[in-house]
Ligand binder design. Structure first.
Ligand SMILES: NC(=O)c1ccc[n+]([C@@H]2O[C@H](COP(=O)([O-])OP(=O)(O)OC[C@H]3O[C@@H](n4cnc5c(N)ncnc54)[C@H](OP(=O)(O)O)[C@@H]3O)[C@@H](O)[C@H]2O)c1
Length: 298
């Protein structure tokens, strides 16, 4: 298969690349600087906020997977917020605009989005039909998806994967959580009642591949495992997997002091389920949290 991937250097992208061995696929990685992957993977320079990628880089592509974006898990200064927004909205706009100018276009665009679009929804079970919330992150996600949707006007099948908390050994949420638990200072956040919609990075990479290959899938797809858990349960399972106690609950005001506005994503309750992926026949390797954590820490 001929694929163009942005954000391939990131946590999710690196795992995704492993599903497409360069000996069997033609891969173009769009990145801001040459990641020097392997000689078989073609590097194409693209800074998503600066302008359109060269159409030559997309020329033979059957599918484009678009993952690039400024990391969200950092203190949201005004500059960082602008970076989070522009890298996604301008980036997707530039990408789709380049595709629109091509004579032979890719058939499919798989674009990242996030469960952050749902905001803070208590115990409500959220399928793809749930209404987006409003606020900084929900608005970014909605505008990001709207830019991706414009590729439909050019005849592409568009899949927007609303990604949950991605769990893996070499990045994502566990990279900051696991050390705290290893030092015995990890604990429940606030009331602990907030739902966490997680997914093992292997399952997410497989889901992206499934979305590329499964032509019946289009529109919004929740990129989460079928069994979200509360923060209390997540804390218990993580401490158990690391054989450490989870003693210290972190009070909401303290976390907000530390992380500022970004802390809202740690307390937002999102009980999201992967209705669309399961309906299309996607089978999870890690539907339950504890085996997912055990696989990561083994
Ligand atoms: N990990 C999660 O738990 C999670 C949850 C929900 C949604 N998502 C979404 O899924 C996508 C991939 O996530 P990830 O965890 O793999 O991300 P990541 O590790 O932070 O990396 C994504 C890539 O985005 C590019 N990038 C970073 N800052 C950028 C900027 N300011 N402007 C343009 N490009 C920039 C980088 O590529 P180059 O340096 O090669 O250009 C980077 O490798 C992101 O859009 C993210 O919002 C992730």
């Amino acid at each position: 298969m001929f694929l163009t991937i942005s954000g391939a250097t990131g946590f999710i992208g690196r795992r995704l690349l492993q599903l497409y061995p360069a000996e069997q696929h033609s891969l173009v990685v769009l990145a801001r600087k040459n990641p020097r992957l392997t000689p078989l993977i073609h590097y194409g320079h693209w800074d998503p906020t600066a302008g359109e990628p060269s159409r030559e880089l997309l020329q033979r592509s059957e599918a484009v997977i678009h993952l690039a974006g400024e990391p969200v898990s950092q203190r949201w200064t005004p500059e960082v917020k602008k970076g989070i927004r522009d890298s996604r909205i301008l980036g997707t706009r530039h990408l789709v605009s380049a595709i629109g100018k091509m004579r032979h276009r890719p058939k499919t665009l798989v674009c990242a989005s996030a469960v952050g679009i749902y905001g803070d929804r208590g115990d409500h079970v959220l399928t793809e039909d749930a209404k987006p919330a409003s606020g900084f992150l929900p608005d970014v996600c909605a505008d990001w998806e709207a830019e991706a949707d414009k590729a439909q006007e050019y005849g592409l099948r568009v899949v927007k994967i609303r990604i949950g908390i991605v769990l893996g050994a070499d990045g994502g949420a566990l990279a900051s959580m696991a050390p705290l638990f290893r030092w015995g200072v990890g604990g429940v956040l606030g009331s602990g009642k907030q739902w966490m919609s997680w997914i093992h990075v292997d399952d997410l990479a497989r889901m992206i591949q499934f979305a590329v290959e499964n032509e019946s899938l289009s529109g919004v797809v929740n990129g989460v495992a079928p069994n979200p858990v509360t923060n209390t349960e997540f804390t218990r399972q993580l401490a158990g997997a690391l054989h450490r106690p989870a003693l210290l609950p972190a009070p909401e005001f303290g976390v907000k002091l530390l992380y500022g506005e970004m802390a809202q994503i740690l307390f937002a309750s999102q009980r999201v389920v992967p209705a669309a992926a399961e309906k299309a026949g996607f089978v999870f390797r890690y539907p339950q949290l504890r085996p997912a954590l055990d696989a990561i820490f083994s």
